[in-house]
Design a protein around this ligand. Sequence first.
Ligand code: NAD
Length: 501
Amino acid sequence: MSAVAEAVAIAPETREFLDRDHKLFIDGKWVDAHSGEKHAVYDPATEGQIATFDVADEVDVEAAIAAARRAFKGEWSTMNSYQRTILLTRLADEIDANLQTLAELEVLDNGQPMALAQYTTTYAANFVRYYAGWPTKIHGDTIPVSPMGVPNGESLTYTRREPVGVVGAIIPWNAPIAMFILKLAPALAAGCTIIIKPAELTPLTALKLCDLIQKIGFPPGVVNVIPGAGRIAGAALAEHPDVAKISFTGSTEVGQRIVQSCLGNLKKVTLELGGKSPVVVFPDADLEAVKVGAIRAAFFLQGQNCMAGTRLFVHQDVFDEVVQGVAAIANAMKIGPGLDPNNDLGPLISADQREIVMSYIQAGKDEGAELICGGEALPGKGHFVQPTIFAHPHQDIKIAREEIFGPVLFAQPFGDSDLQAIAAEANDSIYGLSGSVWTKDISVGLKMASLIDSGQVSINCHAAVDPAIPFGGNKMSGWGREFGQEGLEPYLKTKSTTVIF
Ligand code: NAD
């Protein structure tokens, strides 16, 4: 069955995993989907089928939620914080030990280049390690008040931080391992149980991670993984009254639908949504660093990246040099299957996504933007699109306003305006997720960083991510933050207790 890119060998463990019968992971066991429905997984680089998996429906969602509820009230709730730390640390070690297979599955499932898959897998292990340190540090306060007229010294008020309960996590296809771990690690550190619904297109690494979770010995039901359709399994999870919180990463449009679904029991919601992030380059910047940085910002994950720096604003004095330099690097990028370590850019996730991206490229041409480089899909098998750059003097065109989620960069010059005016251009978007400022003048850098309306701004780099740095969006890029201590908060609730003695 396997049509894995034949030119590059994959590890025997990876092939053995691909050829397995992939079921749902509920209550610590592999179970058949209620409907018996199976879907195929395709390698976006070859378009060949590489695996099949069971598809969850509402009945499976119900079973997963019941298992997570039992686990939340059962053995998991009696484990102390050190035991949660130990289990999470073991998971991090298992991810490291299975790095090559996880990375190969990520490449085959999602299309990203191998070096990136290895990096994100290592990152995922470290992300788990970071949150493994938290269970012993979650605590409440004592509050120095004497309520209800009680004399001072005759009462005690304290708070406890308790896990919110059963968490539903709904994740996208663009970085499957990372997305899985970003949800799982803080939820388990807080003491919650979780049901994760991977994206329909990329279930494989989520299922492989269940092998590791099973091996480590998390109590049954603490982690449940149910690949399925968004409008069926995802919607059932979001609507369910026994789910206390939904953690969603995906498009702004679906995020809005999730909010509607969550209204029934007013469950807590965090949303990590789309972006159209600015990269602002001042003329004194290290232009060689800018060129490499702009490439990474725009074309990381083939541009299928919420943090992507897709609007490049460059001072007019260096605009041509920067844009031509970025184009030269883009033109030299090797495009091909991610399994081949020589390739810099992999395929888009699907034929549909390629069609969407190509329609934006056509819109850029139709609306009169100057095509600097790229602009074509590659012929033959695989959903490959050239890294593409457009230049235009203003943002009143579709490619500057909408999230494309593909390798398309919009570039615009700016003159000697004041920082407020430059920031107004950078902020002229419904989104506010990431952004970067490039300058050797730290005062300009810090002022611009404070003016950019995004959840995260980097100076002289783009999208600096670390497990300890809060990450999330302003405006229509989302609600709440992930990563760091703030990323733990949505999985906790505060209980105040007062005793009068
Ligand atoms: P998507 O919104 O189409 O799907 C995301 C998830 O939601 C999938 O698991 C899907 O099955 C599920 N879903 C779809 N309809 C649903 C419904 N009605 N109810 C419940 N669940 C439903 O997004 P995508 O195409 O998988 O990913 C691309 C989008 O994700 C982009 O907009 C990108 O910017 C965003 N994204 C954001 C971040 C971030 O951290 N801010 C990270 C990665 C991706």
